[in-house]
Design a binder for this molecule. Structure first.
Ligand SMILES: Cc1cc2nc3c(=O)[nH]c(=O)nc-3n(C[C@H](O)[C@H](O)[C@H](O)COP(=O)(O)O)c2cc1C
Length: 195
């Protein structure tokens, strides 16, 4: 809506690409479900120039890093609509044994980063997709000297109530870390390659 997730996704992508030159990463956005009138009232800027994903794209990938802002501590309706559109793929087990991780954003410091990820893991369970957490490899998660989004469940940023807070350098670093770690795990387990 206000581009934080898009910017985080670009950092995650850099991390994936840093894992190995042969790792192939593609960036997509889900379709908007709100009308332009509502988006205007919410002061939403134009969408980034990123292709809209269709469910079949998921079957082509070994893994997915899904990013979405929180809505009441849970996944946004726009993203849920996309997840719901994978029913036919689910019937064929089309995403079974693939890998996924999540990253998110909240307006407030305790606005639900962990619940947003946690409540979306059910989707992975039903598809048989392996959840890959970010883990504990970031040393400054315990540093209280500055505001920093993200944690063991995935990268995240805190946007402020008016979505004006820029993503901090450390939050970007966490996003790149998640992308790299995720790509290394997927490559190791799916391709049998050491990266
Ligand atoms: C309907 C709605 C519900 C929201 N619920 C929450 C919430 O529960 N906790 C929170 O911290 N922020 C909440 N927000 C703020 C958004 O998460 C925030 O604008 C978003 O993370 C910004 O990311 P973006 O720039 O990618 O849109 C909500 C926003 C909307 C429009």
């Amino acid at each position: 809506m206000y581009t934080h997730i898009h910017q985080l996704a670009l950092e995650v992508k850099k991390g994936v690409e840093a894992a190995h030159p042969k790792v192939d990463v593609e960036l997509y956005q889900v379709a908007e479900t709100l009308s332009q009138e509502v988006l205007d009232k919410m002061h939403a800027p134009p969408k980034p120039d990123v292709p809209i994903i269709t469910p079949d794209k998921l079957t082509e990938a070994d893994g997915f890093l899904f990013g979405f802002p929180t809505r009441f501590g849970s996944v946004p309706a726009q993203f849920n609509a996309f997840l719901d559109s994978t029913g036919q793929i689910w019937m064929k087990g089309g995403l079974d044994k693939k890998f996924a991780g999540f990253f998110t954003s909240t307006a407030t410091q305790h606005g639900g980063q962990e619940t947003t990820v946690f409540t979306t893991i059910t989707y992975l369970a039903h598809h048989g997709i392996n959840y890959v957490p970010l883990g504990s490899g970031i040393s400054y998660f315990g540093d209280t000297s500055e505001l920093i989004g993200g944690g063991f469940w995935g990268a995240a940023t805190i946007t402020g109530s008016d979505a004006s807070r820029p993503i901090s350098e450390r939050e970007k670093e966490v996003a790149r870390f998640q992308g790299k770690r995720f790509a290394e795990i997927v490559a190791t387990y799916i391709r049998g390659a050491q990266v």
